[in-house]
Each structure stands twice: as structure tokens, then as C-alpha cells.
Design a protein around this ligand. Structure first.
Ligand SMILES: Cc1ncc(COP(=O)(O)O)c(C=O)c1O
Length: 362
């Protein structure tokens, strides 16, 4: 008996490694090279960072997104600092307290029903500046694209950064999905986080095997951050000795182009976003009929919806996805469906058909 394979809409980190990344890793796997980043592939990655973010930018490869965030936040904040972030931020909900425990940084959260913050919300903590009894709100961390599948527009991102800087705060962007945001906005990676001081540059969700980077963006902070970052990366156990295998993946995402000259990061993110849009369109009739309700806009590669739990469970034998939270009506559940670079149109159409059958049976 053959069992149909599970098809994943759980997360973009369930996806496989893009063949161009694999080829780049294989090409790097030919000989000894220097350890800890003093290798030819990390030098190429450095050039790719400068070409992508400007000559002043510096990139530091790390193993994972949590590590990129912790190293970034520790670099940006003094010991007495607090980090202002959305209540949905990965650093708040999904890093097991690492900013507090490893970084010693208190998180100061703000409500954000769609994952985005607005400049006026910074007032909530601004009054604490200068009060030694209060964690000092010295860093703002924004996620682009957000945990709720939304994207800060260019003006929104700039307004947040300007408001934070005006208060003397520094700005971090958790860019685990910066490629999806940039593809959605139709801009480059640098523009999608313009105004930020430091970026956690995502690779894993964008087609890498593993690997992200801390990127210093603000030329005025470059020298002091460049002094501290190597020590912080080592102390937080994010310094890879065979760094070239991380660097070469990120370099491939940034520089491997197709016949039209489109870099791999944009092709992968654009495809994931397009698959999410396709799923949304396929499910729109069910939403119109009141059988399910979308709970967020679909601006990048994620969809959020509420539907009867029984219908969600009916398709789980074949399709995997996360429950997000209980739905507002009894028996409902809010779920997240996420698409990746390797989600196919056939997967999307079959999933939409299975959901339609399950919902119409109820
Ligand atoms: C918004 C966001 N930031 C960071 C991460 C990085 O997580 P990890 O440490 O698992 O690579 C994730 C992964 O789910 C994420 O969704």
C-alpha cells in the first residue's frame, strides 16, 4: 500500500534546500580553507553584503534566527536596556526567553493585532527614559515580514525608525522573512528595512539549509558595533568554525541569478508569496460563503484563518499546519498556512480542494 506523502503548509522552514544553494555548497566542498570566517567564501559573502546593503554594511554569519536576533539585540543595547517589540514578536513568544536569559534584556511588548506597530505606540514606554527604576527602552525591534504575515510599507518602516531614533532608541529588524517583505514590496532587501540600524538577515526560510546573518546597516554605528560583534557572536555560541558553509549559502541567495538577472532570494520569496496569494484566491469563495474567515491580510507568504476545528482536522491526515489560537466562536480554531519556495501550484490547488470538501461537508 502506498501512503500519500504529507504536504506541508506548516512553515517555510519545513521546506527543502534550493538546488542552487546545494550546488554552491558542493562547489565550496573541495579543499581545506581557513576557519572562523577567514575563508574565500566568507570574503565573497562580505562583498555580496556590501553590494546589497551598501559599502558601509558588514555581515556576520550565524547559525539560526534566534541567534541572529540575540546577537543583534545584545550589540544594540546596554545592559540596562529594554527592547520594545510587538506582542507577537518571535523574540517574545518563540525564543524561550533567550533575550532575557542570554541577553539580559527585558522585552517591553506592545499590542499589535496585525503584527505591525505604529509610531504613536512608542509613547507607552518613552516616559520611562531616564527613570532608573524602569528598564530603559533603548531598542525597537520590528519584524519584516511580521509574524502575522503582514508587511510594513516603506513609509511605515521609515516612520517607525524615525520615531524610535528621535527618542534615542536604536532599531533592529528581525528579517527572518525580509526576502518575502522585499519581494512583496517590489524593492531590494535594503529598502525593505530602510532606517534600521541592524538587520537579522534570514536565509533558512528563503531556501538555505541553515544560516542567517547579523548585518550592521547604520554607518554611524559601524565601528563600535564591528568592535563588539565578534565577541558577542562567539560568546553566544553563534561563531561557526566551518563558517564557509553558512557564508556560501547566503552568498548564493544574494548573488545567484537566473537568465533575467533575478537573484535567488527574490525568486524564492516571490514564489512563496505567489503561492500564498493563490491559496487565498482559491479559498475566497469559502470566505464569501461564511465557511471560513480570514483573520489577517495576506501580504507575504502566510495566511491566517478561522474555521471549524472539525474541518481543519479532517484534512490533517494529508496536510500539516499549525493551530494558532482558539477561534472566537466555539468549535472554531485559527490556523496558519504558510507557503515556501518549494510549494507547488498543484499542492495549493489540492489543499484548497480538500478544504472545500471538508468545509462543505459541515
Ligand atoms: C519572525 C521569526 N524570527 C526568527 C525566526 C528564527 O528562528 P530559528 O531560531 O528557529 O531559526 C523565526 C522562525 O520561525 C521567525 O519566524
Amino acid at each position: 500500500m502506498t501512503v500519500a506523502p504529507t504536504i506541508h503548509f506548516a512553515s517555510d522552514n519545513y521546506a527543502s534546500v534550493h538546488p542552487e544553494v546545494m550546488e554552491a555548497m558542493a562547489a565550496a566542498n573541495v579543499a581545506h580553507d581557513s576557519a572562523y570566517g577567514a575563508d574565500a567564501f566568507t570574503a565573497r559573502f562580505d562583498e555580496a553584503i556590501a553590494a546589497t546593503f551598501g559599502d558601509h554594511a558588514l555581515g556576520y554569519p550565524v547559525f539560526n534566527g534566534t541567534g541572529a536576533n540575540i546577537v543583534s539585540l545584545m550589540a544594540l543595547s546596554p545592559r540596562w536596556g529594554g527592547v520594545v517589540a510587538s506582542e507577537h514578536a518571535h523574540i517574545h513568544n518563540d525564543e524561550n526567553g533567550a533575550p532575557e536569559r542570554v541577553g539580559g534584556l527585558k522585552l517591553l511588548t506592545l499590542p499589535s493585532p496585525d503584527g505591525r506597530l505604529t509610531p504613536d505606540q512608542l509613547d507607552r514606554y518613552a516616559g520611562d527614559l531616564g527613570d532608573p527604576h524602569r528598564a530603559q527602552p533603548l531598542v525597537l525591534s520590528l519584524t519584516q515580514a511580521t509574524e502575522m504575515g503582514t508587511v510594513y510599507g516603506l513609509a511605515e518602516m521609515r516612520a517607525m525608525a524615525d520615531a524610535a531614533h528621535a527618542l534615542g532608541m536604536r532599531v533592529h529588524v528581525d528579517g527572518a522573512r525580509i526576502a518575502n517583505a522585499a519581494a512583496a514590496l517590489g524593492v531590494g532587501l535594503a529598502e525593505a528595512c530602510a532606517g534600521a540600524d541592524v538587520l537579522s538577515l534570514g536565509g533558512t526560510k528563503n531556501g538555505a539549509m541553515l544560516g542567517e546573518a547579523v548585518v550592521i546597516l547604520n554607518p554611524e554605528l559601524r565601528d563600535s558595533l564591528a568592535h563588539d560583534l565578534p565577541y558577542l557572536r562567539k560568546q553566544t555560541m553563534q561563531l561557526g568554525s566551518k563558517m564557509r558553509y553558512v557564508s556560501v549559502q547566503l552568498d548564493a541567495l544574494l548573488t545567484s541569478t537566473d537568465a533575467q538577472g533575478t537573484p535567488l532570494w527574490r525568486r524564492n520569496a516571490g514564489h512563496a508569496n505567489a503561492m500564498a496569494a493563490r491559496l487565498r484566491a482559491a479559498l475566497a469563495p469559502l470566505a464569501d460563503a461564511g465557511r471560513l474567515a480570514f483573520t489577517q491580510e495576506t501580504q507575504a507568504n502566510a495566511l491566517f484563518a478561522t474555521l471549524p476545528r472539525a474541518a481543519a482536522d479532517a484534512v490533517r491526515a494529508r496536510y500539516r499546519f499549525y493551530d494558532w489560537q482558539p477561534g472566537s466562536r466555539p468549535g472554531d480554531v485559527e490556523v496558519r498556512w504558510m507557503c515556501a519556495w518549494d510549494t507547488t501550484a498543484e499542492d495549493v490547488d489540492a489543499f484548497a480542494a480538500a478544504l472545500t470538501t471538508a468545509l462543505e461537508a459541515r
